[in-house]
Write a protein that binds this ligand. Structure first.
Ligand code: HEC
Length: 162
C-alpha cells in the first residue's frame, strides 16, 4: 500500500512539474528546470538510506527504446534524467511519502564514442536549464557505482511503462 502511495505521489509530482515551473518563473529562489521538464516517466525510486524520492525521466529516444524493449544496450542519443527531492510525509496523509525540497537533477547521456571510457555514458547534472558534464574524476565515481548494473547497460532503472 505504502509503495502505491509513493509511486502515485511521484507520478503526480512528475506531471505537475510543468505547473510548478510556471509558479517558479516569478520567484528567483525556486529551482529552474532543464529540458527534462517535458520528458516522460521511466520510473520512480525512494532511497531509504538517504531519505530522497526520485523521478527517473527519459527523452524521446529513451522512452521509445523502453517501450519497444530495446534497452540492451540503450540506443545512442538516450538521455535519462534523475530528479531528486528530500522526502517528506504528506501533511494531510502521513503514510504517504512525497517530494519535499528539490535536491537536484542528474543525467546519463548515451554516446558510445565520446564516452567510451565510462561504458558509453556521459555523466552530467543540470545547473538550472544548462546540462553540465562532470569532469573525469567525478564521472569515474558515478560510473564505479553504476558498475554492478553492467549487464543492464549500467542503468539501475527498469522502465515501468505498463
Ligand atoms: C553510491 C552509488 C551511486 C553513485 C556514486 C551514483 N549513482 Fe546514479 N544511481 C545509483 C542508484 C542505486 C540508482 C537507482 C535509482 C536511485 O538511486 O534513486 C541510480 C540512478 C541514476 C540515474 C537514473 C538511471 C539509472 O541508472 O537508473 C542517473 C541518471 C544517475 N544515477 C546519474 C548519476 C550521476 C550523474 C552520478 C555521479 C555524479 C551518479 N549517478 C552516481 C547509484 C549511484
Amino acid at each position: 500500500m505504502k509503495k502505491t502511495y509513493i509511486a502515485a505521489g511521484l507520478l503526480a509530482a512528475a506531471s505537475l512539474l510543468s505547473v510548478s515551473l510556471a509558479v517558479a518563473e516569478g520567484a528567483a529562489e525556486k529551482p529552474v528546470h532543464g529540458e527534462y521538464k517535458d520528458w516522460r516517466v521511466l520510473g520512480v525510486s525512494h532511497r531509504l538510506d538517504k531519505k530522497y524520492v526520485r523521478s527517473i525521466l527519459g527523452n524521446d529516444v529513451a522512452i521509445n527504446a523502453a517501450r519497444s524493449g530495446k534497452t540492451a544496450p540503450w540506443p545512442e542519443g538516450t538521455i535519462i534524467a534523475k530528479l531528486s527531492w528530500k522526502e517528506q510525509t504528506h501533511p494531510n496523509w502521513p503514510n504517504a511519502v512525497v517530494p519535499g525540497e528539490f535536491a537536484g537533477a542528474e543525467a546519463m547521456v548515451k554516446d558510445s564514442k565520446k564516452f567510451a571510457e565510462t561504458g558509453g555514458w556521459g555523466f552530467a547534472h543540470w545547473e538550472g536549464t544548462k546540462l553540465v558534464f562532470n569532469d573525469k574524476e567525478k564521472s569515474a565515481t558515478c560510473f564505479a557505482c553504476h558498475m554492478p548494473m553492467k549487464d543492464h547497460d549500467y542503468v539501475y532503472t527498469a522502465p515501468s511503462l505498463q
